[in-house]
Design a binder for this molecule. Structure first.
Ligand SMILES: C[S@@+](CC[C@H](N)C(=O)[O-])C[C@H]1O[C@@H](n2cnc3c(N)ncnc32)[C@H](O)[C@@H]1O
Length: 226
């Protein structure tokens, strides 16, 4: 029994995606071809769009029916499953990813489908080339916790997440909102990310759809307050 549970744990561990190995070369090709991945990313994007307008964040100045297209930044857009869904909803999307292997697939689909409401940028979430006060909403699906990849030490990580939150605050318009879906490793990591926003001009709350999971899927719902 002990041996068996070790195998299960080992299998579960090997299935967790690793950055950047899980998204380079053949792995990028495989990622883009997985139907279940496409379904998951699109379902999560749909939840994220709903959370952007969650009543508990208060009334928003924007109305999806009248004000579209609104500018939305998709951080870590990968091969474009999430960005495509945002375009389908009528947003004007800026998709950002750090890996050419992933972004080039999103670009190929954009050209093939002649989607013109999407702009793709090869960039690091920690260093975005976006104009101040130009974005209505920011989303990030299954990517945000990678921003501390290879950053060692709590102080160093805190500096990175704080700088990124400050920058997101600058590029958002007044009343701008952020929804981040991600998989923090533990409570310490979750608190690090959450406080980077609450200490830098955002307020909001988090949703954990499976409260029994120690680490697992989390949505951070945030609105800009200053
Ligand atoms: C799970 S995948 C993509 C998910 C994407 N939402 C989709 O629909 O396909 C995570 C992505 O985050 C990107 N990523 C990781 N760290 C990043 C960073 N610092 N800046 C930009 N993109 C990053 C990876 O290159 C990868 O494509």
């Amino acid at each position: 029994m002990f041996f068996f549970s070790h195998i299960v744990i080992a299998l579960a561990k090997t299935k967790l995606p690793k950055f950047p190995d899980s998204y380079i070369g053949d792995k990028a090709e495989e990622y883009d071809s997985l139907k279940w991945m496409q379904r998951n990313q699109k379902r999560t994007t749909l939840m994220t769009i709903n959370y952007l307008f969650d009543e508990k964040l208060g009334k928003t100045n924007y109305n999806l029916e009248e004000d579209l297209p609104l500018n939305i930044l998709d951080l870590g857009c990968g091969t474009g499953f999430s960005s495509d869904m945002l375009v389908e909803f009528g947003f004007r999307v800026i998709g950002v990813d750090i890996l050419h292997d992933m972004l080039s697939k999103a670009n190929k689909k954009r050209k093939m489908l002649e989607i013109n409401k999407i702009m793709l940028i090869l960039a690091d979430i920690n260093n975005l080339p976006i104009r101040n006060h130009s974005i209505h909403f920011v989303t990030s699906i299954s990517a945000y916790n990678f921003i501390t990849h290879e950053k060692h030490g709590q102080r160093n990580k805190r500096m990175i997440v704080n700088n990124t939150a400050k920058y997101l605050n600058k590029i958002l318009k007044t009343d701008g909102r952020i929804v981040i879906e991600f998989y923090p490793e533990n409570d310490e990591e979750l608190n690090l990310f959450n406080s980077s926003f609450t200490e830098n001009g955002f307020e909001g709350f988090m949703i954990k759809n499976n409260p029994n999971q120690r680490s697992g899927q989390i949505f951070l719902l945030l609105k800009k307050t200053r």
